[in-house]
Design a protein around this ligand. Structure first.
Ligand code: ZN
Length: 132
């Protein structure tokens, strides 16, 4: 099962992993099916959004910071509750349909690994299901 590894560099990092996922899809030889992208971490997540204009992920990042601020009345002693909450709300997986051997992403869409508690090494598991 293909998995990818990324070293993030900041506390909050949006890593565009679209090309890596496209390569795994291509190497699978699967024409029609589903591609699952899963992050096995409690303080990271996967999003699909605007992948062409980088100001969009900056705006998303700022909005999340405002909604779930780093400091607050949290109980978790590790001090990274905001990262856990962000990951829980956004979700640690996405599924993209495959057709003609390609991800059916919209022309502006990109797939991002988002780390809310970096810098760390993060794993992304990719599972491709073939339509029968
Ligand atoms: Zn924690």
């Amino acid at each position: 099962m293909p998995s990818l590894s990324f070293k993030t560099t900041k506390k909050t990092s949006f890593v565009n992993i679209t090309q890596h996922i496209k390569e795994i899809v291509k190497n699978s030889g699967v024409s029609s099916g589903l591609c699952l992208i899963y992050v096995p971490h409690t303080t990271a997540c996967v999003i699909i959004n605007e992948g062409v204009d980088p100001t969009v992920v900056k705006d998303i990042s700022q909005a999340i910071e405002g909604l779930i601020p780093w400091s607050g009345l949290y109980e978790h002693p590790e001090g990274n509750s905001a990262a856990h909450i962000r990951s829980a709300i956004i979700g640690n997986s996405r599924i993209v349909p495959l057709e003609n051997g390609e991800l059916m992403l919209g022309s502006w869409e990109g797939i991002f690994l988002v780390d809310f508690d970096g810098p760390r090494e993060r794993k992304v598991i990719v599972k491709i299901l073939k339509e029968v």
